[in-house]
Ligand binder design. Structure first.
Ligand SMILES: Nc1ncnc2c1ncn2[C@@H]1O[C@H](COP(=O)(O)OP(=O)(O)OP(=O)(O)O)[C@@H](O)[C@H]1O
Length: 303
């Protein structure tokens, strides 16, 4: 469990994180979204004791990071995968970490196997590909078998195999009951990975809800009907508009309706004797919902 209580961080005159209160629960993947500069990394850094809050608190399992007795056994993190000594082998790097954090040495080979680097553990990290760096960073995060995991942009720059692997790993870590907090700019990936979402913009909380609820906020969600009889379709359209729905006619035989539930559209068509060849719900994508939610707080968006 991660708890943010009125968490605030100022750098000089600018406020990077602004009064953020959020509970990130166990057994779930919680996605952390927001435009560039929204304050995601700063928030994660404060959870990990790398930045000091200006006010408020960030707690892991009920305590600030600095008060954790065995931090790596409580919380593992992937922030900047390249931040390690290039001359060191992967195994040597993990062994050093294990030693300084009182983690049994056998975990080094266990975690190298979990991330698929068992065969290359002796190679210098300086020669690793981006994907191997990510895997090694994840091995370091898992080393202490922690209950809380924080991943900042874990799929950045990975090939499709690597993306699939990280997605499955992250889902399985949550299924084991761990708290998993993940940031990503890839909405399609978040849609597949996250159970809940925390969305921030300019440091402030915009949404904290299950994925499905965030998607449901989009105005792009619609009901599509198709009818072979233009006269009947026009009649249906008239009644829908009179009832307050927004209706688009993209093709002659098709209506795209928003603001009216699919059940009501179906019953109305039946009452009016409108023959339907199609009655379907069009769900918004997370990307569409996200763009609407963050429209006011994105600093760099073309108009
Ligand atoms: N050490 C620092 N000194 C001054 N300003 C900083 C510092 N670290 C971050 N900031 C500022 O705080 C704000 C939030 O940055 P942060 O990196 O947390 O955002 P982010 O949501 O992670 O962005 P991105 O998606 O681009 O990684 C930005 O305006 C950034 O310039």
């Amino acid at each position: 469990m991660i708890t943010l209580e009125r968490l605030t961080k100022r750098f000089g005159d600018s406020t990077a994180v602004d009064d953020l209160t959020v509970d990130v629960g166990a057994g779930l993947v919680t996605g952390f979204l927001g435009p560039n500069g929204a304050g995601k990394s700063t928030t994660m850094r404060m959870i990990l004791g790398l930045d000091r809050p200006t006010s408020g608190r960030a707690l892991v399992a009920g305590r600030p990071y600095s008060e954790l007795r065995h931090p790596l056994r409580e919380v593992g993190a992937l922030l900047d995968a390249k931040a390690l000594h290039p001359g060191r082998g992967a195994r040597t790097h993990l062994r050093a970490l294990a030693r300084t954090h009182h983690i049994p040495a056998r975990r080094v080979d266990e975690t190298l196997d979990i991330v698929g680097l068992g065969e290359v553990g002796g190679r210098r990290a300086g020669g690793f590909s981006l994907g191997m760096h990510q895997r090694l960073g994840i091995a370091a995060a898992l080393l202490g078998d922690p209950g809380v995991l924080i991943f900042d942009e874990p799929v950045n720059g990975l090939d499709p195999d690597g993306v699939l692997w990280i997605r499955e790993l992250i889902r399985s870590l949550a299924a084991e009951g761990r708290t998993v907090f993940v940031s990503s700019h890839l909405m399609s990936e978040m849609e597949l990975m996250a159970d809940r979402l925390v969305v921030i913009g300019r440091g402030r909380l915009i949404a904290d809800a299950p994925l499905s609820e965030v998607i449901a906020t989009s105005s792009v969600a619609a009901v599509v009907v198709r009818c072979p009889d233009p006269g009947r379709l026009a009649l249906l359209c008239q009644h829908l508009v009179a009832g307050g729905a927004r209706v688009e006619t993209s093709e002659e035989s098709r209506l795209v309706i928003s603001g009216t539930p699919i059940e009501e559209v179906g019953l109305l068509a039946h009452r009016l004797g409108v023959p339907l060849l199609e009655l379907s719900a069009r769900q918004a994508s997370l990307e569409e919902a996200y763009m609407e939610l963050t429209a006011a707080s994105a600093q760099f968006r073309a108009s």
